[in-house]
Design a binder for this molecule. Structure first.
Ligand code: 6GU
Length: 232
């Protein structure tokens, strides 16, 4: 019996992630019990009466820093209930998130994603509690929530059964370091813009060959770096 993968997201702005989780493919994955995603408001674990979870940095630097105690209390409450395979922190200086990482994380039973904010979190949390630091790209977001949403989406979508057609996730762009071939639907001729003849031929082997060739050509032209990556 398969149990749903569980993702716990710790954030100061749960509303930012909430809507997206309950919609479309990710919402359906949860209803079908293929994935279980829980949001935790870090302010519920605040130790101060004003529910603040940040404070001034030692050393007189600019900005605010998320304190150890609320984060430790929240993570401890979770780890007391079950084992977590990874405790992830979203941060622009983390390891770059990509398809192989999404695939790997989708095999986990339980993961925590802690969303970074302000100038960052007290570094001791990163040293003692975090097992993996992840960035979604070389740009800076105002907080880790969108990064957590991006990661959750990519992870959940490769869980077997989440996407209707099992083949479909495997034939994605990036899944084998290749960009996907173009796709078309009816009508075969729209304003004189024609669908490639081969796709209408019904010749399965030739169509497959066309798809591979298109895939290679587009990768070579648009993302030659992926072909290099594939060789490693
Ligand atoms: Cl994970 N967090 C923030 N704040 N900015 C980012 C990011 C994460 N990944 C890319 N930019």
């Amino acid at each position: 019996m398969n149990v749903a993968m569980r993702i716990d997201i710790i954030t100061v702005i749960p509303q930012l992630i909430e809507g997206f989780l309950n919609e479309s493919i990710i919402g359906r994955a949860q209803k079908r019990e293929l994935a279980e995603i829980h949001l935790h408001n870090l302010r519920d674990y605040a130790v101060r009466k004003d529910r603040r979870i940040d404070d001034y940095p030692f050393g007189g630097f600019a900005g605010m820093v998320m304190q150890c105690e609320p984060i430790d209390r929240c993570i401890s409450a979770l780890t007391a209930q079950r084992h977590y395979d990874e405790i992830i922190f979203t941060t622009p200086d983390g390891q770059q998130f990509d398809q192989p990482m999404a695939n790997e994380l989708s095999l986990c039973e339980n993961i925590i994603i802690l969303c970074g904010h302000y100038k960052g979190i007290d570094y001791r949390i990163r040293e003692h509690l975090i097992t993996k630091e992840v960035s979604i790209g070389d740009y800076v977001l105002t907080g880790g929530e969108l990064a957590a949403a991006v990661m959750t989406d990519a992870i959940v979508r490769v869980i077997p059964g989440v996407i209707g057609d099992e083949q479909s996730a495997l034939s994605d762009s990036f899944q084998d370091n290749l960009l996907a071939a173009p796709v078309y639907t009816r009508p075969a001729d729209y304003r004189g813009w024609k669908v490639p003849e081969i796709l209408l031929s019904g010749h399965e082997a030739k169509i497959k060959e066309w798809e591979i060739q298109q895939s290679l050509e587009r990768t070579q032209r648009l993302r030659p770096d992926l072909l290099e990556k594939g060789k490693r």
